[in-house]
Design a protein around this ligand. Structure first.
Ligand code: GDR
Length: 324
């Protein structure tokens, strides 16, 4: 049985990846932070099939300890301070987790078992103020936030350990990927939950920031397959993963509200407090390399993704109101 360790297993991507690897017959372990009081809702349904180890990408010793105990064949580094918005308020912590955290993990792998295959969760936020469109593996980076800068370090240190030490280390440059498991602070889930709340008569408004942005949104469940596939190649390489189609935030709003028979323009208000100090206006993936080498293609369309998220939030709100 192959063995995989996932950092960030309790997050959106970690939970989908864990499900995917279990279905493939892997023994799956996850790193969870010490003293965390939150419940692991996203992995509750599979928790009895997982091994959970306490540890932290902030703590070098804990990483070496987990690698020695579990002896994984593959490590997926999905642990992250994943909020771009919050990264201006927490720039140092963001760098410690997203940048130095990658160095700590790579060092732990190098010193414990350099044969371990390593996946680093990199981000389209590294393209930031884009130098060309669409963006591929050779497009120069221009990050626009402490988050984007930290992910750029994580990407390059992964490349560097591959080139310096011959590690099987890969970086997946993933564009925005969403799902019903997305946190409520990210704009897609904020919209689908907001629209469902309005349709249920719970609220009258949805307050957002900058509507003049475009993203390449896909379904997280599709993207974890690409992560795994990158580690099954004969040589380690970096890949851009996305849908290859940009949609405006207004498109997302229209699709979500129309799914419920509503006109978004009647409900959405703008508050500058949700605007960013520097914005990524437009990103769109060129996934030709992933299509050609991994044979990977997303299965879920933009419309199906939005519909899935709205339906899930409608159901969630109903469950919250119906008597137990
Ligand atoms: P992003 O995702 O920054 O692209 O990073 P997010 O959903 O937070 O923002 C997308 C765009 O929407 C605009 N926006 C708002 N965003 C939020 N969160 N809340 C609002 O009210 C709002 N109004 C407008 C933003 O300005 C932005 O342009 C995500 C994260 O998952 C990262 O971890 C990941 O690396 C990238 O996607 C790829």
């Amino acid at each position: 049985m192959p063995r995989a360790l996932i950092t960030g297993i309790a997050g959106q991507d970690g939970s989908y990846l864990a499900e995917f690897l279990l279905a493939k017959g892997y023994e799956v372990a996850g790193l969870i932070r010490r003293g965390r009081t939150e419940r692991y809702e996203r992995i509750a349904h599979i928790q009895n099939r997982l091994q959970l180890f306490e540890g932290d990408v902030l703590d070098q010793v804990s990483l070496t300890g987990v690698l020695q105990k579990f002896q994984p064949d593959e490590v997926y580094n999905l642990a992250s301070q994943s909020s771009v918005f919050r990264s201006w308020a927490e720039p140092i912590l963001t760098g410690e987790i997203n940048a130095l955290g990658v160095s700590r993990l790579l060092e732990a792998i190098r010193s414990t078992n350099p044969k371990i295959k390593f996946y680093q969760a990199s981000s389209s936020e590294m393209f930031g103020k884009v130098r060309e469109s669409p963006q591929n593996e050779l497009t120069p980076f221009y990050p626009r936030s402490p988050y984007g800068v930290s992910k750029t370090y994580g990407h390059f240190v992964t490349v560097n350990y591959r080139e310096s030490y011959g590690l099987f280390a890969t970086s997946g440059i993933l564009f925005n990927h969403e799902s019903p498991r997305r946190g409520l602070d990210f704009v897609t889930r904020k919209i689908t939950y907001g629209a469902a709340s309005i349709a249920a008569g719970r609220t009258q408004t949805l307050v957002l920031g900058n509507l003049d942005v475009e993203r390449d949104w896909g379904f997280a469940g599709d993207y974890v397959e690409a992560m795994w596939s990158m580690l099954q190649q004969s040589v380690p390489e970096d890949f851009v993963i996305g849908q290859g189609t940009a949609h405006s935030l207004r498109d997302f709003l229209r699709t979500a509200f129309e799914h419920l028979g509503l006109n978004w323009e009647k409900f959405v208000h703008i508050d500058p407090k949700f605007m960013r100090l520097a914005e990524v206006e437009h990103v769109v993936a060129d996934c030709a390399k992933a299509h050609a080498k991994l044979g990977w293609k997303p299965r879920t369309s933009f419309c199906d993704l939005v519909g899935m998220m709205v339906d899930s939030d409608v159901k969630l709100l109903k469950a919250q109101t119906s008597p137990k």
